[in-house]
Design a protein. Structure first.
Length: 206
């Protein structure tokens, strides 16, 4: 089982689904969260173009890397997922971890993009929460029952960034953090052991 599990990357994969319904955003949300909506639409347009292109897989992955870098708060997400172990890691380990985390995220997203062809997303209510905008959607894809997805878009840094996804009432970044913590608990809380495992996964997907 990979360290970066499938449920923890749906937040980014699902951006590809938003293209179909963003034109039907309700006026109240268009007024209160216009920046977040424009941001999500731009990101989804780019991702859908990558998914539907005839480019070879490696080129698609490079394109995907650029989109993820510009739409996801990778530094915040990576630090959050490592939790308290971020503080005990050395500066060199922190740098290695962030590089590996970003690589694994893109690898996992790229491996699942094809599953989201034909998906439809229905926009629901939206609300502001502290320094984030939370957008409620219903996701419907072929052969899968519809399910609710809440997109959490951070706005504190001046530019919107995806910071989390709530699905079934569960925060996926909390889930990923718990997965890393469980792995470290099985390996004497050795950060280097986690880095070695992450490096091995990246090496398996050159």
């Amino acid at each position: 089982m990979g360290l970066l599990k499938r449920r923890s990357v749906i937040a980014i994969i699902g951006v590809t689904a938003l293209v179909e319904q963003l034109g039907a955003v309700q006026p109240a949300w268009a007024q209160s969260g216009a920046q977040a909506v424009a941001f999500i639409k731009s990101a989804s347009d780019q991702l859908v173009a990558i998914v539907n292109s005839s480019d070879p897989p490696e080129q698609k992955r490079r394109q995907l890397q650029l989109v993820v870098d510009s739409t996801v708060d990778l530094d915040d997400l990576g630090r959050f997922c490592l939790g308290r172990f971020w503080r005990i890691a050395t500066a060199e380990q922190q740098a290695q971890y962030m590089d590996l985390f970003k690589d694994l995220l893109v690898i996992k997203i790229a491996s699942h993009l094809g599953e989201y062809r034909g998906v439809r997303v229905t926009m629901g209510l939206a609300r502001a929460s502290a320094d984030t905008e939370i957008v409620v959607t219903m996701v419907d894809r072929p052969s899968t029952p519809p399910y609710q997805v809440d997109w959490v878009v951070g706005t504190s840094g001046g530019r919107p960034k995806i910071v989390d996804l709530l699905s079934g009432g569960t925060s996926l970044r909390l889930t990923q953090s718990a997965d890393f913590t469980a792995y470290l608990a099985r390996h004497q809380y050795n950060v280097q052991a986690l880095l070695t495992a992450m490096h091995r996964q990246v090496a398996q997907n050159p």
